[in-house]
Ligand binder design. Structure first.
Ligand code: ADP
Ligand code: K
Ligand code: ZN
Length: 432
């Protein structure tokens, strides 16, 4: 097996030892440098000396996105500005963006996390990697960039957008790997088809997609459209950026770089840590970061953890594909619905394209759910009868999965807005 760093295959005891040492260092660091943590720990009656190892993790306070916002922009930094060499911000998908910082060591570590991820997906220094994540305050572009350079691959820093140019570079530069959001690669593929170019005609062998939830059904569509391996990468700016978790060739969940980011799953209502194998909110404690080491950061992402060695040889904890964010979970007449569940139904239907929006409204005090999905051009007709038949079929499929009546509306090809970054899939008209 090829791996980037030996920590990826440490045995469990060795890893717990490393995690414990690093956690103790971090707790002292934040206690002494971040008034927010000192006050929180004092209020809970704990001192750094009470944390003797990783087994004491659940004694520590949680951190939320709101805490970062309350201390905007630098209030939770644990390093002086003279040691900070980079500042990024989250995309602000769910409100005001949060600001994050990195020291030189943080950037080095980040580069290694990306190099680990890309290595596990079969990328080598012989590859030409087209980085089509946005460069700028968003962590995606520069995060991937430093990592692919660290790996030694030829990095093409095109950033997101400029779709025609993306296609030109795919053809002329012979990129063998592309990194972007799953919705953007679909947009690129669709544009190629419209230009009369076969998306399977490029030299791409692997696509590395993340920054938003995507289903197995979406993976199948991307893989068959381009004839590539489509791999999942996970991250969030508050923890690092891309490279917190990555999929290996075994495709049995995503490995978490848990020698740097210790994961827990909690029940978001009771805040109790849940045993392995149970689904809940993912929480991270960053045990090596210098500029912004957060304790028990609540990601609001929903998943399940699995420990034990992977068939790839790595001992890094694995998590299931993210079901969605708790912010995106819709509660419709008492039923919990994730957009990813709707996506998995829509993408199994041959006549529809993977472009959809979910519209939530409240009519006569009753929540309603409506899905607009595009018809594939080759199935689009004026014959209302055949469109109605497809709508009925999707409504029935959604009912059998969710137990909920969802109004389905087929819309014309290319009428739903395309995304060069994270797609916006939910329009919530309630309380407005
Ligand atoms: P924002 O929270 O403003 O969108 P980020 O750019 O840091 O800021 O986005 C991080 C979030 O993106 C994660 O918390 C998660 O919800 C989502 N995300 C990132 N990668 C993936 C992935 N591979 N699968 C599912 N969701 C992902
Ligand atoms: K190279
Ligand atoms: Zn593995």
């Amino acid at each position: 097996m090829t791996y980037w760093q030996k920590e990826e295959v440490y045995d469990i005891e060795q890893k717990r030892q490393v995690q414990s040492e690093r956690l103790i260092t971090t707790v002292n660091r934040v206690y002494n440098n971040v008034p927010f943590y000192k006050e929180k720990m004092k209020a809970m009656g704990i001192e750094p000396g009470d944390i003797k190892g990783i087994g004491d993790l659940d004694k520590l306070p949680f951190t939320t996105k709101q805490d970062l916002r309350d201390h905007y922009p630098y209030g939770l930094f644990a390093a002086p500005m003279e040691e900070v060499v980079r500042i990024h911000a989250s995309s602000g998908t769910t409100g005001q963006p949060t600001v994050v910082g990195y020291t030189k060591n943080d950037i080095e570590m980040w580069s290694d996390m990306i190099a680990r991820s890309f290595t596990a997906m079969g990328v080598t220094k012989k590859d030409i990697v087209q980085v089509a994540y946005g460069y700028g305050l968003f962590t995606g572009g520069l995060g991937a960039h430093y990592g692919t350079e660290r790996l030694g691959a030829a990095t093409v820093p095109i950033s997101g957008g400029n779709t025609k140019k993306q296609i030109q570079l795919l053809q002329e530069f012979g990129s063998t790997v592309i990194a972007c959001t799953p919705s953007y690669i679909l947009y690129i593929g669709e544009t190629m088809k419209n230009m009369g170019i076969d998306p399977r005609s490029t030299k791409l062998h692997t696509g590395i997609f993340g920054a938003e939830p995507w289903t197995e059904e979406m993976r199948e569509q991307i893989e068959s459209m381009f004839g590539i391996n489509a791999m999942d990468i996970y991250g969030l700016s508050e923890v690092l950026g891309p490279g917190v978790g990555f999929e290996c060739s075994a495709r049995s969940g995503m490995h978490i770089n848990d020698d740097h980011f210790v994961p827990e799953i909690i029940n978001p209502d009771t805040l109790q840590a849940l045993p392995e194998g149970q689904s809940g909110e993912l929480v991270f404690t960053m045990i090596t970061k210098e500029a912004l080491p957060l304790l028990r950061y609540r990601t609001r992402d929903i998943t399940t953890l699995h420990t034990g060695q992977c068939s790839c040889g790595r001992t890094l904890t694995r998590m299931d594909k993210i079901a969605g964010r708790s912010d995106d979970m819709l509660i419709i007449r008492g039923v919990n619905v994730f957009p990813s569940q709707i996506e998995s139904v829509l993408l199994k239907v041959a006549e529809t394209a993977p472009h959809y929006v979910i519209i939530v409204d409240r009519i006569n005090n009753l929540d309603t759910l409506e899905v607009w999905v595009e018809v594939r051009p080759e199935f689009f007709t004026d014959a209302i009868k055949s469109l109605e038949k497809i709508e009925k079929h999707i409504t029935a499929e959604l009912f059998s999965l969710l137990g909920l009546h969802v109004k389905v509306k087929l819309v014309e090809p290319r009428s739903i807005e395309r995304s060069e970054g994270k797609a916006k899939r939910i329009i919530d008209k309630r309380n407005k």
